[in-house]
Structures are given as structure tokens and as C-alpha cells.
Design a protein around this ligand. Structure first.
Ligand code: UD1
Ligand code: UDP
Length: 361
């Protein structure tokens, strides 16, 4: 059985690695395709090295662009590859533009389409990722859901039950497989940090960073949290560009970024080391909400909605939005009284095995 596994953007590498290994262990011929949506060393190659992923068999070189440009470029490059390789199945992960593009191509080919992380819904159609999730699930043959809420969303949308498999969370497979190595790396010492002595921040959602007003409010809120607990922020390139723009757009206005230490995007092992020893995490990332739940680290999500409600009902996550007063008060409360760690069912490090068994019975 020949299976194409697609990755394109940072979080895809963590999701695809355990699935590729589990499929190979069941005898599949796995073809690894990198769409090139992310291409900086710190957004792409570092993850291959950290995770022990082999170099891609095919690189589509899609790069950056508008949504339409990016999706179209991936589709134009992926379609002839699928025609040439004639895979039995294609596995797409997550909710990025590469996921949608490869799903659309596969749905019109003879190959079966499997979506890993199916059924997540924020209910907010203004998020490009929500559009990607809904359409990808709609055209998939096999829907691998990470949590019961996700499986329930699929059923509620009328997906045939035999297509839906509740398998757990592949992000957690990768986290548990690499946590020991990450902790032994000396990442904290290299940054002059001590365990439990800092908060970790990530920020990259378009709704949060592309509007200068929203970004300025978030930075103000983080500045106030920084007075309670020093903060370190490995900055996604989208944020780095916007932070520079914000300074330029507001001459003479001092941004409280001094309370925040902005560093380049971290590799996976360094990031996990920072996450595991943080006193709290503030983020708008999907994957980071899940990882903090498993690590038992308090997480404040800088959004109004989440497609991962299980991290709130069964984890350490709390939605705090973008209001500086709410963010500062939530941080004060969580620092004083951290939530008890819990872990959702099937987030046990074996999701990829269940996915491989679903694809190759
Ligand atoms: C994408 C995903 C988002 C995911 C995130 C993970 C979509 C719609 N969005 O957002 O769901 O959470 O990846 O990190 O697919 N850039 C670089 N170097 C790179 C990659 C990007 O400088 O290697 C810059 C470019 O200016 C680019 C911008 O970042 O225009 C945004 O990149 P893009 O892939 O379009 O979206 P992300 O914000 O990364
Ligand atoms: N991550 C990383 N370095 C960073 C920030 C995040 O390695 O500087 C990892 C993080 O541990 C998680 C994944 O990237 O595994 C989350 O990706 P991201 O936040 O970019 O995307 P999202 O999950 O929001 O789609």
C-alpha cells in the first residue's frame, strides 16, 4: 500500500512524524511530501532534524502568498504528483492551507483521503483555519478525530459514522516521545531561565497580529503580565513583521515590549523544554493549548474561541480573549492558584498506531 503523507507548515511536522512511523511499521510504502508553505530554517528544517524526520521525497516549493495563491500553488504542484504516484491513500493533518489544497486534489483522485485531527470546530468562520477544517472534513473518506467533541461535531454535520474514528491526539504522541530529550537539552540555562521562573508566550493568529489595534492591546496586556512574571516570546515571522510595523506606525509611542523578551522562533525540542518548565503559557496556538494540557502547565488562550474545548473541560486551558485587563487579571489568578493537571482520554501517545490500524486494517 502506497500512502502519501503531507506536511507544509510548522505544526504539521509534529503531526505527520508518528503517523509516518506507524504506517511504515504496518508495511506501507510511505511517501513524504513537503508543500513548502513554511520554508525558513526555523519554521521547517529544524523540525526535520529535531524529530528525526527523513528529508521529504517531494518538495512542492509553494511558499508564502495570499490564501488563494498559496492554496492554488500547492494544488497545481500536488495534482501531477498524485497522478504520477497513484497512491492508495493520502494523509493530511491539521487545518492549514496545505491541508485544504491537498485534500481537494485527493478528493478528485482515486486515492482515499484521510484527515488527521478531523472534527475540530471553533465555530468562527472568520478564521481561515475553520474554513479549511470544514471543507477538508467534508471531502475526506476517513476522519480521525482527536477527542469526543470532534467526533460529535462530525456526526452533527451528517458525516457517515463509519468514516469517523476516535483515535486520540498525534501531537501528544510526539510530545511524549520527545519530552525526555527536550528536558535534557539545557535550553533554559542557555537563556538564563530557571524552571518555574518565567512565562512563555506565542502569538501568530492573523486576527491577533495583523490588526495593529488588537496587537497593541495584546502587547499591553502581556506587558502587565510581565510585571508579575518575566515573559519570553519566541516570535513567529508573521508577528516579527507586525511588531516592526507597529513601532513604525506609532512614532513616539512606547510599547511595553521591554517587559517581554522576544526571541527567534524556537526549534521543537527547545520549545518543548521552555513549555514544560514554564510557570504559565499565554498563546493563540492550537497545538500549544494541547501540549500545555498534557504537561499540566497553566495556559491562557488569547482568543475568544477555541476548536479544542477539551483542553478547557479536561485540561489546564482558559480562554481570555484580547482585553488587557482580562488578561492581566486571569494571569494573576492562575499564578496564585494554578489548575490541577488532567489529561483527556486517548491522549496517551498511541494515536498514530490507531490511525495506521484504521488505514491498514
Ligand atoms: C499558518 C497557518 C496557521 C498555523 C500556522 C502555524 C494557514 C491559513 N495558516 O499560519 O493555521 O497556525 O501556519 O505556524 O495555513 N513566513 C516566513 N517564513 C516562513 C513562513 C512564513 O517569513 O517560513 C511569513 C511570510 O511573510 C508569510 C507569513 O509568515 O506571508 C505567514 O505565513 P503563512 O504560512 O501564510 O501563515 P501563518 O501565519 O504561518
Ligand atoms: N512550536 C515550536 N517553536 C515555537 C513555537 C511553537 O516548535 O517557537 C511548536 C509547538 O511546540 C507545537 C507547534 O509548534 O508543537 C504549534 O505550532 P503553531 O503554534 O505554529 O501552529 P498551530 O498549532 O497554532 O496551528
Amino acid at each position: 500500500m502506497r500512502v502519501i503523507c503531507v506536511a507544509g507548515a510548522r505544526p504539521n511536522f509534529m503531526k505527520v512524524k508518528p503517523v509516518m512511523d506507524a504506517l511504515a511499521a504496518r508495511g506501507a510504502r510511505v511517501v513524504f511530501v513537503h508543500t513548502g508553505q513554511h520554508y525558513d530554517q526555523a519554521m521547517s528544517e529544524v523540525f526535520l532534524a529535531d524529530l528525526g524526520l527523513r528529508p521529504p521525497d517531494h518538495h512542492l516549493g509553494a511558499g508564502s502568498g495570499s490564501h488563494a495563491e498559496q492554496v492554488a500553488r500547492v494544488m497545481l504542484a500536488f495534482e501531477p504528483l498524485v497522478e504520477r504516484l497513484r497512491p492508495d491513500a493520502v494523509v493530511v493533518v491539521g487545518d492549514v492551507n496545505s491541508t485544504l489544497a491537498c485534500a481537494l486534489v485527493t478528493a478528485k483522485s482515486a486515492a482515499r483521503l484521510a484527515h488527521v485531527e478531523a472534527g475540530l470546530r471553533s465555530g468562527d468562520r472568520s478564521m481561515p483555519e475553520e474554513v479549511n477544517r470544514v471543507i477538508t472534513d467534508r471531502v475526506s473518506d476517513l476522519l480521525f478525530a482527536p477527542s469526543p467533541d470532534a467526533a460529535g461535531n462530525l456526526r452533527a454535520e451528517g458525516c457517515p459514522p463509519e468514516r469517523i474514528r476516535l483515535v486520540g491526539n498525534v501531537m501528544v504522541d510526539t510530545l511524549l516521545a520527545n519530552l525526555g530529550r527536550a528536558r535534557r537539552r539545557g535550553t533554559l540555562a542557555g537563556l538564563g531561565l530557571t524552571p518555574g521562573g518565567y512565562g512563555l508566550v506565542t502569538l501568530h493568529r492573523s486576527a491577533n497580529v495583523d490588526d495593529p489595534g488588537v496587537l497593541a492591546r495584546l502587547i499591553a496586556g502581556l506587558g502587565r503580565v510581565g510585571r508579575l512574571c518575566p515573559l519570553v516570546l519566541p516570535a513567529h515571522p508573521r508577528l516579527t513583521a507586525r511588531l516592526a510595523g507597529l513601532g513604525a506606525a506609532a512614532p513616539g509611542r512606547r510599547l511595553p515590549v521591554g517587559a517581554l523578551r522576544v526571541i527567534p522562533p524556537a526549534g521543537y525540542l527547545d520549545f518543548v523544554a521552555l513549555e514544560a518548565s514554564a510557570r504559565l503559557v499565554l498563546t493563540d496556538s492550537g497545538g500549544v493549548q494541547e501540549e500545555t494540557t498534557v504537561l499540566g502547565v497553566p495556559c491562557l488562550t488569547l482568543r475568544e474561541s477555541t476548536e479544542r474545548p477539551v483542553t478547557i473541560t479536561e485540561g489546564t486551558n482558559r480562554l481570555v480573549g484580547t482585553d488587557p485587563d482580562v488578561i492581566a487579571e486571569a494571569a494573576r489568578m492562575v499564578l496564585a492558584d494554578p489548575p490541577a493537571p488532567r489529561r483527556p482520554a486517548l491522549w496517551d501517545g498511541r494515536a498514530a498506531e490507531r490511525i495506521a490500524a484504521g488505514l491498514i486494517p
